[in-house]
Design a protein around this ligand. Sequence first.
Ligand code: HEM
Ligand code: HEM
Length: 272
Amino acid sequence: MNHETFINYRNYRWMWITVGTLLLSLVVYVINEPAAGRSGGSALGYTYGVIAMIAIVWLMVYGLRKRSYRSSLGTVQGWLAAHVWIGIGLLLFVPLHSAFSFGLNVHTAAYVCMAITIVTGIWGIANYSTLSGKIQAHRGGTKDEALIEQIDALTERIERLCAGKSEQFLALFNRFDFTFRPGLRALLRIHSIPIVEQLVVTQMLRAISETEREDAITMVGMLDQRADLVRLIIEQSRIKALLKVWLYFHVPASVALCLTLAIHILSVFFLW
Ligand code: HEM
Ligand code: HEM
């Protein structure tokens, strides 16, 4: 896999910057021995706290940048690479700030919100890498609107073929017909789309008069084609929903992080 993504952007540039920064911070942490013991309240603890806070503010700004440029993943690849790796790095950097001390308090609540943001972020990129390639429109396939147009056109042609036909003909139609309304429910009902079984079709065709048989075969073919198109559209909508759903966790978690962090910082300045 040679193509560049936001993970391996410029030969993992941001991963190496993050790993380097973490190693350096760890060395300084080990060398530094404050008289009052290591803690978030030591000079180094404060320094690391401020660095972590700046990193978080920067990660939040990412969302604003994304919206103001209305850019796609591709054009913000460098930003996203930095976002992903710096975000993951914070998981280890913040414990260096707090000297690996945690408790049942608002400080640790900030850390937990941060961890949730990071984990949901990882879930998001896992979705991107496994699912985005499956979207046909991304690979030059047919877009949803075009699919819906094709489905409508088929429905119309099927209805025209059915007009004035015998009971047996309509029985064949009813056997494989289904209604499709785009929406959330359709996403959950992909398996209710009938499969055109050749054996059943052959049996039912026998009951249809010869004058109608050719039309019946054309009609069944179109029903089959329509079912395939509907399945395709449902599958694509499902993938698109999965590509978005994690953001409904990532963004609120990041907002909760900002709130708890503000309380953490205010409390250490005013209460300590
Ligand atoms: C301007 C930035 C920050 C400042 C000034 C700051 C300040 C402090 C101080 C003074 C302490 C020591 C409190 C004590 O000894 O009980 C502390 C602990 C801690 N801080 Fe920060 N901090 C900052 C940023 C952060 C960030 C970004 C996080 C995580 C998201 C964080 C998480 C923690 C945690 C988990 C502790 C340990 C709490 C415990 O021991 O129970 N801090 N911080
Ligand atoms: C403390 C850490 C983090 C914060 C505060 C944070 C915050 C944000 C914010 C505010 C957005 C913008 C969402 C929007 O408006 O649509 C965002 C998007 C995103 N974040 Fe994070 N994030 C963090 C860590 C991570 C991590 C660790 C990863 C992945 C491993 C990640 C992956 C993503 C992705 C993939 C996007 C969406 C990109 C896009 O659709 O263009 N984030 N993040």
